[in-house]
Design a protein around this ligand. Structure first.
Ligand code: TYD
Length: 207
């Protein structure tokens, strides 16, 4: 396919979403056609699945159901939006994708990375990201940002979140070792300007 499928991953507090916007603006100014999108979501059907998954009242949701819903949303997104954009030669910038499932469902929810990869392979028909930018922020830095944003003191639940956060962080580090040609880390601890610049340099080298 003519375009490039570039995904962005990172923990909460990595600044991923602001960085994608900056990076997209840069490539648009250079004359590229950029399609910015996100998972779960990106199309009306996938956004509906997103609202089912993220609905806080759905406390009964089973981990495998959740993993399958993420994969279902991903399939619809790929078929309806990503493949046509790639065929048209666009740069597709996607906020989270398959690696989020491998880490959140595979590692944090303990379904196993290989199992989650298997259901996703069925869903995506080999449409893997060409490049995945991991916005790398150490857990203590990311957590501090999250708490500062909330503007309040750390409570018991936050401390539970602390373990979850480390699981996600370590999960991404392990994935990077597993897919070293595809997943490239950018130091995410600088200012948004600095991190955006490093991300732009990485993508420019790649495309
Ligand atoms: P969102 O509000 O978009 O989070 P963020 O700003 O951190 O990207 O919510 C998406 C949540 O869904 C986030 O906690 C990560 C999670 N997620 C998974 O667990 N599996 C997946 O496959 C994807 C795409 C997201």
């Amino acid at each position: 396919m003519k375009g490039k499928f570039i995904t962005f991953e990172g923990t909460e507090g990595s600044g991923k979403t602001s960085i994608i916007r900056r990076v997209a603006d840069y490539f648009i100014a250079k004359g590229y056609i950029v399609v910015m999108t996100r998972e779960p979501g990106g199309t009306p059907i996938a956004e509906k699945i997103r609202s089912i998954i993220l609905d806080k009242s759905h406390t009964e949701m089973d981990a495998k159901t959740e993993a399958l819903l993420f994969a279902a949303a991903r399939r619809q997104h790929i078929v309806e939006k990503i493949v046509p954009a790639l065929e048209a030669g666009s740069l597709v910038f996607c906020d989270r994708a398959i690696d989020s499932s491998l880490v959140y469902q595979g590692v944090a929810r303990k379904l196993g990375v290989d199992q989650v990869l298997a259901i996703n392979q069925y869903a995506i028909d080999n449409i893997m990201p060409d490049l995945t930018v991991l916005i790398d922020v150490r857990p203590e830095v990311g957590l501090a940002r999250v708490f500062n944003n909330k503007g309040r003191e750390v409570n018991r639940l936050d401390l539970e979140n602390h373990d979850f956060y480390h699981l996600i962080y370590n999960g991404y580090q392990a994935l990077m070792k597993r897919f070293p040609d595809r997943i490239i880390a950018v130091n995410g601890e600088g200012s948004i300007d600095e991190v955006s610049k490093a991300t732009i340099e990485l993508i420019e080298k790649y495309i």
